[in-house]
Design a binder for this molecule. Structure first.
Ligand code: NA7
Length: 541
C-alpha cells in the first residue's frame, strides 16, 4: 500500500466540471478530508471546457444554470444575458474555483487510466495517463454524462483535404470566416452551431438525418432589475427549483393539453413560443406533452405550422418538418428555421439523399452532387454515460470491471453507487434525475458528502450498495420511463444514438423533487440499500 503525503488521499475526484468542482469543495472544505481532483483537460470546466464551438451556450436560463451552494459568487455575478455562453460559463466556474481555493488540489492534464479496489486494505489505487500512482479511500467519478464524442464512420474520410472537427473537441483558434462549412447533426449542439455558423461562414451546408423540433430560445439581455430580483429572492427561487420536476426555474404546467379548448391550446403554445425556451415549451405549456400522444401531436402540429410559416422555400420547409414524436431532449435556439432562408445556407436531407463518401474536396451525396467544403463539423453527439466510464479500467470486488458489471446496460442505486464497487460514488451516474443538471448535481454532491460524513464517524468505513437495491432502483426507473413518450424515439437519452446499441434506461424520469425525496427517505432510513462495514470481517464477497 502506498501511503505518502503526496500520493495518498482520503478521496479522489475524477473530473472538474460542475460536479467535480463542487465535490472537491464539499469533501475538502466542508468535511475536512484530504482530496485531489484530476482532469485530463488543461483547464477546469468539463463540458464547458471542451465545447467551445461557435454558438455554445446553456439553453436553460442563467439563474438556474449555476450553483445554489455558492451564493457569494452568484451575488457578485452580474450576468446580462438570459442564457450564459460558453466563455462566460468557464469564467463563472473558474471564479468558484478561485473563491474556494480549490486550484491547489486540482491536477490538470492528467487522465485516469485505471482505478482498482484493494479488498484487503479497502483502498482504491489509480494510475494516471502521466504514469503516476495514487491511492484513496473514496473514489468519486464526476466524469459527466456526455463526454465521449461520437464521430460516425463515413467512407473516404482519409481522402478529405479539408479539416474535420467535432463540436465537443473544438479547437479554440478555429475560425469559420470565409470558409465553406458542412455540419452533420441537428441536435441541441447542431442547432446552436448552425445559427452561429450561418453568420460567419461563406457557405454552410447542413446534413440533416432527423428534422428537429426547435423552439425559439428567447435569448435577450436581462435588466438590472431582473438580476436584483433574483438576488433578493435567492433562497425562495432555489427552493422552488429543487421542488420542481425539470428544475429549470419556470412554473411547470399542471394542466393537460386536451382538457382545454383548441383555441386555448393554441394561445398557450403561442405564448410560450413568444417567451422562448425548449424545456419551458415542453413542460410549461401543458403537463402531458411528453406523456400523452394526443398532447404531443398538438405540440408537434403547432411547431410544424411555425416551420411552414417561417421557411420561405416550401421544399426546404418540408424537409425541416419532423415526422417523429416530439420526445427527444427539447431543443431551442433563436432563429433556427429563419436561418434556412439565408442565401449562404443549404440543407441536405440525408434520409432522402444519403452521404455516399467524403472526397478530397468535400461530401459526395447519392444524387451525385459534390458539396465542396473547407471544414466538416460533426455535431453528432456523445456516448451517453457509458462513454465517460469506458475510457477507464475500473475494477471492484473480485477484480470485476465496471464494463463487465454493466455488460447489459449501465445501472446504479440512486445514480450514485453501483454494487461491487465499494467506496466508489458517481455524480450523474446512470439513472440520475432527468432535469436541468446543476441542481441535480448539487443534490447528489450534497447527499454523497452527507453519506461519507456519516460513514467517517464509524471505524474502518467501507460503504457499498447491494445488488438488490441497484436492481430495485433500475426497475423503478424503467417503470417510470415506460410511462413517458421518450423511449419511443431513438436518441442519446436511451443510448440509442450509438449504432447497434439497444435502448437502455439511463435516467430517472420522476423529476428532481421526487428524486430528492427518495434521497431523503433513504438517508432517513440509515442509508437503506447501503451496507456500512465497521468490521472488515463482515464484508460481503
Ligand atoms: P445529439 O442530441 O445526440 O445530436 C446528434 C445529432 O447528430 C442528431 O441530429 C443526430 O441525428 C445526428 N447524427 C448522429 N449520427 C449521425 C450520422 N451517422 N449521420 C448523420 N447524422 C447523425 O447531440 P448534441 O451534441 O446535439 O446534444 C447532446 C446533449 O449535449 C444535448 O442534448 C445537451 O444536453 C448537451 P438523429 O437525430 O440521431 O437522427
Amino acid at each position: 500500500m502506498i501511503d505518502n503525503d503526496k500520493t495518498h488521499f482520503d478521496a479522489i475526484v475524477i473530473g472538474t466540471g460542475f460536479a467535480g468542482i463542487y465535490m472537491l469543495h464539499k469533501l475538502r472544505n466542508e468535511l475536512g478530508l484530504k482530496v485531489r481532483a484530476f482532469d485530463k483537460a488543461s483547464g477546469v470546466g468539463g463540458t464547458w471546457y471542451w465545447n467551445k464551438y461557435p454558438g455554445a451556450r446553456a439553453d436553460t436560463e442563467s439563474f438556474v444554470y449555476r450553483y445554489s451552494f455558492d451564493k457569494e459568487t452568484s451575488e457578485g455575478w452580474d450576468w446580462r444575458n438570459r442564457y450564459v455562453d460558453q466563455p462566460e460559463m468557464l469564467g463563472y466556474l473558474q471564479a468558484v474555483v478561485d473563491r474556494h481555493g480549490l486550484a491547489k488540489d486540482i491536477q490538470l492534464k492528467t487522465g485516469i487510466d485505471s482505478a482498482v479496489f484493494d479488498e484487503i486494505h479497502h483502498i482504491w489505487t489509480l494510475t494516471t495517463s502521466t504514469g503516476e500512482l495514487f491511492t484513496a479511500r473514496y473514489l468519486v467519478n464526476a466524469v459527466g454524462v456526455l463526454s465521449k464524442i461520437v464521430i460516425p464512420q463515413i467512407p473516404g474520410r482519409d481522402k478529405f483535404q479539408g479539416q474535420i472537427v467535432h463540436t465537443g473537441a473544438w479547437p479554440a483558434d478555429l475560425s469559420l470566416e470565409g470558409k465553406r462549412v458542412g455540419v452533420i447533426g441537428t441536435g441541441s449542439t447542431g442547432v446552436q452551431f448552425i445559427c452561429a455558423a450561418s453568420k460567419l461562414a461563406l457557405h454552410l451546408t447542413v446534413f440533416q438525418r432527423s428534422a428537429q423540433f426547435c423552439v425559439p430560445a428567447g435569448s435577450r439581455q436581462v435588466s438590472e432589475a431582473y438580476v436584483a430580483e433574483y438576488k433578493n429572492n435567492f433562497e425562495q427561487i432555489w427552493d422552488g427549483i429543487r421542488n420542481s420536476r425539470i428544475a429549470c426555474g419556470f412554473e411547470e404546467s399542471g394542466v393537460s393539453a386536451m382538457s382545454v379548448s383548441e383555441e386555448e391550446r393554441q394561445k398557450v403554445f403561442e405564448h410560450h413560443w413568444e417567451i422562448g425556451n425548449g424545456f419551458r415549451f415542453m413542460f410549461g405549456t401543458f403537463s402531458d406533452i411528453a406523456v400523452d400522444p394526443a398532447a404531443n401531436q398538438a405540440a408537434s402540429d403547432f411547431i410544424r405550422a411555425k416551420i411552414r410559416q417561417i421557411v420561405k422555400d416550401p421544399e426546404t420547409a418540408r424537409k425541416l418538418c419532423p415526422t417523429d414524436l416530439y420526445a427527444k431532449r427539447p431543443v431551442c435556439t433563436n432563429d433556427y428555421y429563419e436561418t434556412y432562408n439565408l442565401p449562404n445556407v443549404s440543407l441536405v436531407s440525408l434520409p432522402e439523399n444519403p452521404i455516399k463518401e467524403l472526397t478530397a474536396n468535400g461530401v459526395l451525396t447519392e444524387d451525385g452532387v459534390e458539396h465542396k467544403l473547407d471544414l466538416l463539423v460533426f455535431a453528432t453527439g456523445f456516448e451517453t454515460v457509458e462513454g465517460s466510464y469506458n475510457q477507464m479500467e475500473i475494477r471492484g470486488r473480485g477484480g470485476e470491471t465496471l464494463q463487465h458489471h454493466w455488460k447489459d446496460a449501465p445501472s446504479s442505486y440512486l445514480g450514485v453507487a453501483t454494487a461491487g464497487f465499494p467506496n466508489m460514488f458517481m455524480v450523474l451516474g446512470p439513472n440520475s434525475a432527468f432535469s436541468n443538471l446543476p441542481p441535480s448535481i448539487e443534490s447528489q454532491v450534497e447527499w454523497i458528502g452527507e453519506l461519507i460524513g456519516w460513514a467517517e464517524g464509524e471505524s474502518t468505513p467501507v460503504i457499498e450498495t447491494t445488488r438488490e437495491a441497484e436492481e430495485a432502483w433500475t426497475a423503478t426507473c424503467k417503470e417510470i420511463a415506460a410511462y413517458t413518450l421518450f423511449p419511443k424515439v431513438k436518441s442519446w437519452i436511451f443510448g440509442e444514438n450509438i449504432d447497434g446499441r439497444s435502448s437502455r434506461v439511463l435516467f430517472y424520469f420522476g423529476g428532481l423533487a421526487g428524486y430528492r425525496a427518495k434521497l431523503r427517505e433513504v438517508a432517513d432510513a440509515d442509508y437503506e440499500g447501503f451496507i456500512l462495514h465497521s468490521d472488515p470481517s463482515s464484508m460481503v464477497a
